[in-house]
Design a protein around this ligand. Sequence first.
Ligand SMILES: NC(=O)c1ccc[n+]([C@@H]2O[C@H](COP(=O)([O-])OP(=O)(O)OC[C@H]3O[C@@H](n4cnc5c(N)ncnc54)[C@H](OP(=O)(O)O)[C@@H]3O)[C@@H](O)[C@H]2O)c1
Length: 287
Amino acid sequence: MYVITGASGNTGKVAASKLLKAGHQVRALVRSAGKATDLAALGAEVVENELGDRAGFERALAGATGLYLLSPPDLASNSFLAERAKLLESVVAAVAAAKVPHVVLLSSIGAHQPSGTGIVQSVAGAEKALRGAGVTSTFLRAAYFVENWGAVIPVAKQDGVLPSFLPGDLKVPMVSTADIGSLAAEALLDGPRGQRVLELAGPVDPTPKDVAATVSKILGKPIQLLEPPLDAVVPTFTSFGISADVAGLYRDLYEGIIKGRVVFEAGKAEARRGSTSLEETLRQLAQ
Ligand SMILES: NC(=O)c1ccc[n+]([C@@H]2O[C@H](COP(=O)([O-])OP(=O)(O)OC[C@H]3O[C@@H](n4cnc5c(N)ncnc54)[C@H](OP(=O)(O)O)[C@@H]3O)[C@@H](O)[C@H]2O)c1
């Protein structure tokens, strides 16, 4: 039986659905059961759980063959890295106590770097916590999500510009969450293989100008890429209700990508590419 955290989210839902459709037992963890009626219809055991509830999480792990774990976002936090570290400490203690034989952690490109990667440091901390507790894990280090562009597609629709804090000509590994969920399911089915690292990008590494051109094709009108300076990240993000702390971590992430720190580790890590095209996902986001 596979336990899936974030089963109402982008990647967890895909991972759970793939496993269920392949005939495996799935326990889908959600904060509200109403968000998993589709998974229940596929045969999932739906359990309401808040990851910070250590005892409840440990109970939800009983009998697990494998666990898909994500470090959930909390964009309103004023102390994001410290709060994630505390949450992950509790989560990892529960995993160790429940003796889960294999964890697939949703991590990120750049998670091998000790610093200079902004918000990625939260999942770097999760990797470290799992390693430290001796939990056999697969770190699924995903590239920049194509879905991140969903936040600015309405601007393109309305104003004909696509704002990007990433430079127009920079090739950036990007991946669709459908491919992440699929690889997570595959890794769970592979089972424990020592400390394993999978690094996942999409079929090609597009530039933000490629993204603008694709959005232009989808919307059927010219779209110009707008490149605001990095100093605009914090005011822009906080204007959408994101805390100044989290906004600062995103600024550092963009700087880390631009300066070449947020990259794949390569070496012993297994490089994978998904099959979902940039256009396919952007088309869904534009609907
Ligand atoms: N964006 C990127 O470019 C990028 C790149 C690499 C890695 N990542 C990682 O990907 C993660 C997001 O993955 P995703 O897109 O699959 O998720 P998502 O769609 O953002 O959904 C988050 C999931 O976590 C659940 N959740 C939130 N807080 C929780 C809590 N305290 N206890 C239990 N569940 C909680 C949510 O439940 P509700 O439905 O109840 O809210 C939801 O199911 C990020 O947190 C980051 O670590 C992101």
